[in-house]
Design a binder for this molecule. Structure first.
Ligand SMILES: Cc1cc2nc3c(=O)[nH]c(=O)nc-3n(C[C@H](O)[C@H](O)[C@H](O)COP(=O)(O)OP(=O)(O)OC[C@H]3O[C@@H](n4cnc5c(N)ncnc54)[C@H](O)[C@@H]3O)c2cc1C
Length: 441
């Protein structure tokens, strides 16, 4: 085992010892309706001073992850994320803290410094980061580095893994992900960027859109076509995957102004004559689509978990405000018009959580189909958006003010509904793959 794994392992032991009494406490039966209340098992979330820690279905390792990550996130209060959002300024603070304690390698092999835990644990990690009040901003500042490199783990050579995974896990390099293109959108198989072999290099030409963190990431995982669509047997063939330096002397990176998550940049990339070493090709030329598909279900689960965290944070803020705010001589939370929608949001978030955790567990057990991952991501994103919208409404006029943070949550809650896959494409997937209906497009 390498150093980073030691640090995580030590952390597990330390957290376990310190909270041993509290862990027992968490397993005692308790009224489920109390689970949004602070329990005696302490929690460090900043969004609303405490995080839900009483989920009776967490495994011991998930519970440990939740506690350790919430402790790290407690350094970053809502005001921190609000200021970054207002300034549109990217921060590496959380990334550095997670790297220091070995969390960036949570799903990556021990051999390269990772902890080799599962998506079940990474799901809890990403939910907790978002739920701390950091939302999609905090989650997106590390997301790609948590699981995005799965194609490297599965298909790269030993030399490449050593070269690429070690610095990512140590937090010395960060990567971004270039798949979406302006002219083809969700129709990935038609993407138009190309790579042409030229001796020991490939020459890349084309454009990408929405590439997040490209302003500062050192590396990019990029999918391009190496054999024209009309020359391949199947449209899934002829796409190739590279992991390479994001060479800003060859790639024009332009930030897109957007609705939320302002501090994590998303960008248009334009390149014409970008020389990429052949040694940066992953696996076999022409097989990139298969490789990229490998990690898709896990990514959906993780994005769903990030949405879930945001939804719970919004709900807690709404519940706190509904208890504190007095109008017409009574707490507004006494009104069923306020209380019932919040209760319903809790149920919807919990239902989504169960689906997501199931999808994560199945993924870790080797289940390859995507119905639960897709459905879990959809349900979590919708429940989170609804909870965030309700949180704004419960705050009345103050919901529109930045100081209560729910307007930021609400803007960010749009994102997991759109990306990495839209609601409509999830419906298409379930319609075709689960219900056996004809393809509609
Ligand atoms: C903030 C942000 C960050 C992102 N980060 C990245 C990143 O780092 N890397 C990256 O590669 N991409 C990234 N994306 C891109 C994201 O994955 C895409 O926006 C998303 O996949 C949708 O693609 P599109 O925007 O081209 O939509 P389009 O393909 O143009 O679709 C537009 C609309 O039409 C609907 N539609 C299209 N076809 C069908 C159909 N057959 N049936 C029903 N409805 C259909 C879609 O559901 C959608 O509602 C990011 C996007 C955002 C907003």
């Amino acid at each position: 085992m390498r150093g980073i794994y030691h640090s995580f392992a030590n952390l597990v032991v330390r957290v376990g010892q310190r909270n041993i009494g509290l862990q027992r406490q968490a397993w005692r039966p308790f009224p489920i309706t109390a689970s949004l209340q602070p329990t005696r098992r302490h929690a460090h979330g900043q969004a609303t001073e405490y995080l839900q820690m009483s989920d009776p279905d967490l495994t011991e390792s998930q519970r440990t992850v939740r506690e350790a990550i919430s402790k790290i996130c407690s350094k970053y209060p809502d005001e921190y994320w609000m200021e970054l959002d207002n300034a549109g300024k990217f921060s590496l603070d959380l990334h550095a803290d997670l790297a220091r304690d070995g969390w960036l390698g949570i799903c990556l092999p021990q051999k390269y410094g990772g902890s080799e835990l599962g998506i079940s644990e990474a799901t809890v990690m990403m939910q907790t980061i978002s739920e701390s009040g950091g939302g999609m901003t905090a989650a997106s500042s590390v997301h790609m580095n948590i699981f995005g490199l799965e194609p490297i783990v599965k298909f790269a050579t030993e030399e490449q893994k050593e070269r690429w995974l070690v610095p990512v896990i140590q937090g010395k390099e960060r990567s971004c992900f270039g798949v979406t293109e302006p002219n083809t959108g969700l129709d990935t198989l038609k993407l138009q960027s190309t790579a042409t072999r030229d001796g020991d290099h490939y020459i890349l030409k084309g454009q990408k859109i929405w590439t997040s963190t490209a302003q500062t990431a050192e590396k990019i995982l990029i999918l391009v076509r190496t054999t024209p669509l009309d020359k391949v047997e199947k449209p899934t063939h002829g796409l190739s995957l590279f992991y390479t330096d994001l060479d800003r002397s060859a790639v024009q990176v332009t930030e897109i102004l957007k609705m939320g998550r302002a501090s994590v940049d998303s960008n248009s990339l334009f390149f014409d004559g970008w020389k990429v070493p052949a040694e940066d090709l992953i696996g076999e030329e022409g097989n990139g689509f298969k490789m990229i598909m490998q990690g898709m279900n896990a990514e959906r689960v993780l994005v769903g978990a990030e949405a879930l965290g945001l939804g719970f944070a919004a709900l807690r803020r709404a519940a706190i405000y509904a208890k504190e705010r007095v109008v017409f001589g009574r707490q507004i939370g006494k009104n069923q018009g306020i209380q019932h929608p919040l209760a319903e949001s809790w149920m919807k978030l919990e239902a989504a959580r169960l689906m997501l955790y199931q999808a994560a567990r199945l993924y870790d057990e080797g289940y390859a189909a995507g119905e639960f991952a897709n459905a879990g991501k959809y349900l979590a994103a919708e429940a989170a958006f609804e909870a965030a919208e309700r949180a704004v409404m419960v705050h009345g006029g103050m919901g529109y003010a930045k100081e209560y943070h729910v307007e930021r949550y609400c803007r960010e809650a749009m994102l997991p509904r759109l990306a990495p896959v839209s609601r409509e494409m999830i419906f298409n997937y379930i319609g075709e793959r689960v219900l056996g209906l004809p393809r509609s497009y």
